[in-house]
Design a protein around this ligand. Sequence first.
Ligand code: FEO
Length: 170
Amino acid sequence: MLNKKVSELLNDQINKELYSAYLYLDFSNYFEQRGLDGFANWYYIQAQEERDHAMLLYRYLQNNNEKVTLDAIAKPDKDLSSDMDVLKAGLAHEEYVTSLINDIYAAAYEAKDFRTMQFLDWFVKEQGEEETNANDLISKMELFGSDPKSLYMLNSELAARVYSAPSLVL
Ligand code: FEO
């Protein structure tokens, strides 16, 4: 059995990760409408990764004999008025998710739940990468977004992103 608070936070995080997937699907949809298929691809793959994060949490709880409760997933509600709005909403969202992972880690630390801390180590590292990726996208857009040829090249770069399953295996 896991500590009750840790278990509840991990359960909530399943919902947060599925919301993240839903949010990034909305971003992908925005860029598809814009005709920027590379950006759309990048966020489509991001949505797949978020679903994976939810599944890792789901499986971890089940492996620890914890009951999983699936809640309603909120509607994506970010203001997507411009390309840069989308990218900045992505960074803000990842910073929020990092704070959630940190909160779970702190609860596990307090409960001396070393197993969950070890499990969450992968998420801590992943959040660092996701924030870096979101920051890089903003920097590239600031540098190249206003020039159509450069935007075309950036879009082509993002079109090359391929999905790969998470490195964490439970
Ligand atoms: Fe699952 Fe982008 O955090």
